[in-house]
Design a protein around this ligand. Structure first.
Ligand code: BG6
Length: 495
């Protein structure tokens, strides 16, 4: 069960809103799933906690809505997905800043809507933030619309993932963006990098002396980045049928997490250094080997209206990935994600090598519960666990698996966590690229993915509620998947 935390009044602004210029935010895809689940509730939360400068939000999509309709839609979304209560005053304050213009109304209408919103909050100094929360196929049209409406000046543009659908389309999209926007205006978002727990990987690795010396092939046997979901895809079938689990999750979120996990220490906590180290990891990744990929599709997926009866879209993917550099040569990274699986988790699990020689007899229990592990849980209220063999109390020398666990919510600070999109929208308004991706990084990841995109193995069926097709065991053998966990997180630390 996810713990509900009332965050309505609690977050301290990382940077006072007064230091951010007034903003007109144009939200393309405003009637879509992401806007409802994350973006509108996130903007409301930033507004309620004093982290927004003066602002207006213009929703836009192919639908024809009045301002009033859009406000209703936004209210419904926030009622469903915002965390914590929304007071009348908070809503009134937010709602009056919302308007809507259909993309079908054209460049002139969009320019007028933005101009009017700018006049209301200060005219010439107002910044524009265009958020393209739309499928990849629509990106180019919206960029052209922005250019035609002359809304490039004073603007920044957030590009949702997936950025393109393969190497060629990502390059074409970068080329087109660069025709109108400078690179420092472009924010390629991957919300996993906005997760508090993902940034904690950097703190954990580089702010402590303890772990970095063992963060390499001499001490680590393998790494698992495992993001099973219990959710299905029924609400977003048009997007999903054209996208699939690999493009939706792996080439984006899971590879980005792998970048944080595997990178060398950056020279500074700033965008160029962090992206350079992440991109070096991506450059060292071997192109995917299709014999090391399992694609799955849950039983019943093809019965969903809108899905082709012979659909080969994968709702599950597990694969092995190798990084050919001095730190990681020979250490496999196993990645897995999928829909309608037996549990919803987001973990990175690092398995350490076993000691070269054991003085403990076979019947002592040593090694029987897998290698010792370090596990990061990337939930909003993150957790960390270091498991190891220790002695069972009493006579003799029987060993069992024990663990040291940390859970953010036990510190009483979890109400301060910004949801990933909130953090990233706020960063984009400040012009901070640290947690955003570069053109080079994204293109390289599509390049790594090319063998799989060119010759995807057929999808294998799996039962809803399982952990994927049976072939995933062979993929990781002789090792085993950590999930489902043998033991739950300790109850004091359970989510
Ligand atoms: C999105 C994917 O980017 O990430 C979804 O499109 C997925 O399919 C979601 O469910 C998972 O994100 P989170 O933050 O809920 O783990």
């Amino acid at each position: 069960m996810t713990e509900i935390v009332d965050r309505s009044e609690t977050v301290d602004a990382a940077q006072p809103a007064s230091q951010i210029d007034p903003h007109v935010i144009v939200l393309f895809g405003a009637t879509g799933d992401l806007a409802a689940r994350k973006l509108l509730p996130g903007l409301l939360h930033l507004s309620n906690t004093g982290m927004m400068p003066d602002y207006r939000i213009i929703g836009s999509s192919t639908s024809e809505l009045s301002d009033e309709d859009f406000r209703h839609l936004a209210r419904h979304a926030c009622d469903q997905f915002a965390v914590g209560k929304i007071s009348l005053l908070q809503w009134a304050n937010f709602e009056k800043r919302l308007t809507f213009v259909s993309t079908g109304a054209g460049a002139q209408a969009l320019a007028e809507a933005v101009g009017k919103a700018e006049d209301e909050i200060g005219g010439g100094d107002v910044r524009r933030l265009h958020y393209l929360s739309i499928p990849p196929a629509a990106d180019r049209d919206i960029i052209q619309l922005l250019a035609d409406a002359k809304l490039v000046e004073r603007s920044r543009v957030i590009m949702e993932k997936p950025f393109g659908t393969d190497l060629q389309s990502a390059r074409a999209l970068n080329d087109m963006l660069h025709q109108y926007f400078d690179e420092d205006q472009i924010f390629r978002i991957d919300h996993f990098l906005g997760k508090e727990a993902a940034q904690n990987i950097l703190a954990f690795r580089f702010a402590n002396g303890l772990f970095e010396p063992i963060w390499n092939r001499d001490h680590i046997d393998h790494v698992q980045i495992d993001v099973p979901e219990t959710l299905g895809v029924d609400d977003r079938i048009a997007f999903y049928e054209a996208t699939g689990a690999f493009k939706d999750m792996v080439v984006t979120h899971l590879f980005q997490i792998l970048g944080f996990m595997a990178m060398e220490p950056p020279t500074a906590l700033e965008p160029v250094s962090i992206n350079e180290e992440k991109n070096k990891v991506f450059r060292s990744m071997r192109p995917l080997d299709v014999t090391q990929v399992v694609r799955g599709q849950y039983e019943g997926y093809r019965d969903i209206p809108g899905v082709a009866p012979d659909s080969q879209t994968e709702t599950f993917v597990a694969l092995r990935c190798d990084i050919d550099n001095w730190r990681w040569a020979g250490v496999p990274f196993f990645l897995r994600t999928g829909k309608c699986l037996g549990g919803g988790e987001r973990i990175i699990s690092i398995a350490f090598r076993e000691p070269p020689k054991s003085m403990f007899p076979d019947n002592s229990g040593v090694g029987t519960q897998g290698p010792d592990h370090l596990t990061f849980d990337l939930a909003d209220s993150s957790k960390l666990s270091l498991s190891f063999y220790g002695k069972k109390p009493g006579p003799g020398m029987q060993l069992e698996k024990l663990s040291l666990q940390f859970a953010l919510h036990e510190t009483g600070q979890d109400a301060d966590v910004l949801e990933a999109y909130e953090r990233l929208i706020h960063d984009a308004m400040m012009g901070d690229h640290t947690l955003f991706n570069t053109a080079e990084g994204i293109e390289r990841l599509w390049e790594v993915a090319t063998p799989l995109l060119d010759a995807p193995p057929p999808v294998q069926p799996y039962a809803k509620g399982s952990w994927g097709p049976p072939a995933i065991s062979d993929l990781i053998a002789p090792r085993t998947w950590r999930l489902p966990f043998e033991r739950r997180w300790r109850s004091g630390s359970a989510s």
